[in-house]
Design a protein around this ligand. Structure first.
Ligand code: GRF
Length: 184
């Protein structure tokens, strides 16, 4: 599930293509029609769907529709890849302990939005990313894997984010394969 650029999603698609990730990506779902990642997914021959929460009476109604679509694709696991909405009860109930997320900080530090900017402002010398299971808490579910990168003296949000993103793509693929191999 995505909301934007979809570089983590693209990395997963590439990993499946090259045999490093033994899963079938049954579909890519976005809450934004204009998400760049949808185009990438379509070009890769994947099924896509988008649901605009504003077209529903409530967040639950929106998520009910999302769950229905995911079940129609026979989804077993959900990989959130830059999906910018907090996961609510319908999704958590339908996919309990089967939703993973990638977050651009060493959790539990710097939860929520703009994690890289939070890291820079705090003055930490080491930043990174985390793959974790999703539960009711914001970015607080069990941690599955982390990778760290140095924060360099002249870093901007863009340079630090780019350094972290390389590690995101690597550990997201690795963690999902470890899930397939029952290592989590
Ligand atoms: C990534 O930094 C991810 O950690 C965060 O949102 C960003 C999504 O980037 N959750 P992309 O859409 O995967 O390129």
């Amino acid at each position: 599930m995505i909301s934007g650029r979809g570089s983590n999603m693209a990395a997963l698609i590439q990993a499946v293509k090259t045999g490093r990730l033994d899963v079938e990506i049954v579909g890519v779902l976005s809450n934004k029609k204009e998400a760049k990642g949808l185009e990438i997914a379509q070009n890769a021959g994947l099924k896509t769907a988008h649901f605009d929460i504003n077209h529903f009476d409530s967040k639950d109604a929106y998520e009910d529709a999302v769950v229905k679509q995911l079940q129609a694709w026979d989804t077993q696991w959900i990989a959130l890849a830059g999906y910018m909405r907090i996961i609510g009860t319908p999704l958590l109930t339908a996919f309990r302990d089967r939703i993973v997320n990638i977050h651009p900080s060493l959790l539990p530090d710097f939860k929520g939005l703009n994690a890289q900017e939070q890291a820079l402002k705090s003055g930490v010398k080491i930043a990174g990313c985390t793959v974790h299971l999703v539960d009711e808490s914001l970015d607080g579910g069990p941690i599955l894997k982390q990778a760290s990168v140095p924060v360099l003296p002249d870093d901007t949000e863009a340079t630090l984010s780019a350094r972290i993103l390389i590690e995101e793509h690597r550990i997201y693929t690795e963690t999902l394969q470890e899930i397939v191999d029952n290592k989590h």
